[in-house]
Design a protein around this ligand. Sequence first.
Ligand code: 0PR
Length: 393
Amino acid sequence: MFEEKGQNRTEVLEELDALLRADSTYSSGHPVASMSTIPHSLGVEVFSRTLEKNAGRLHTFQGSARIEQELLRMIADLLNLRGEAYGTTTSGGTESNILAILAAREKARRRVERPEVVAPRTAHSSIDKAGWLLGVKVVRTRVDREYRAVPKDIERKINENTVGIVLTAGTTYLGQIDPIEEIAEIAKDHRLPLHIDAAFGGFVIPFLNDLGRGDYRFAFEVDGVTSVSVDPHKMGLAPIPAGAIIFRNKGYVRRITKTVPYLRGESAVQVSILGTRPAAPIIAAWAIMKHLGREGYRKVVETCMKRTDHVVNRVEQNPLLDLAISPVMNIVGIESREVPLDDIVERMEARGWRLATSPLPPTLRLVIMPHVKEGAINAFFNDLDDISTTIPA
Ligand code: 0PR
């Protein structure tokens, strides 16, 4: 109820604390399937100092406007884009994917009446949401035994209505990377835009390469890739909501820019879907990237990958558990041979763990974010060993 008379601050805060006790906290180590984590402390400080700033009113907040451009430039650099960075910050991977599909649809506006995008079955569900919102049919394609897009099937599904292709670098279910170079050739042959959803992988893959854990080309270093999205609020360690999408060419950004004629200066053009939106996470992401540098992120990825090795080890020690694939990054899909996954989840959640399952293949998903430490991993597998080997009566 919304009462006539207000309560004092202490009472309100006490009630709030009581309610929030039901939230699982990252510091407990219990959320083992989340793609977010405890934001970097510098980001927390900067965020709380910039709460009033509105990234939808950049004429008023011109310093914030400049910071957004600098952040986009740093992210473009991370994604190996030389020269000018065109794009926008967003509220996260969903908004970025919507913008990518909007840009593809608009580019083909004169040519295609019933637009379609082609995406493998493993592309994030926000692609379906984008299709639904934008009136674009999403044509799903097959994946191989390692859950990567099959280039031939992508090519087969392209027709005169196709307006673009979407691939993933760091899939939601398994952290897999689609064969981007091969499919970029197909995109070029058909003169179609190719969007790479690197919401999770964007802040991981460049450092896997540095650490000798792979040799992946996934972003603008691949000719034919036209846009890449990446979320600072996932492995970028920024506070929520911080996403970004970068385009290789200005033309795409022009197609998704709306003018707001009654606003002044920079406020009068909006690329993002939202109007009023917080500048605080943008500024916090800028501060964290400047502070950590590539070196800082490389260390974060190194730590997460060492812990992922430990997870792999624990899975291999349990004869009733299997890895869906050998992990590419700090996302692990675990299959259960005997006890149904839903039973495992129910019983693990009863012990306080916060889990997620994936449908393709049916797995328990672990995301080894920085808050998932060795102790939590051991405690998790002690419980999982216990539960996964219980044979129902
Ligand atoms: N692209 C990929 C590859 C993703 O994994 C996700 C998020 C998105 C786009 C969408 O990002 P936003 O959530 O920032 O819009 N995948 C998360 C996941 O499936 C989304 C999520 C986040 C789901 C928190 C549940 C949750 O509790 O884990």
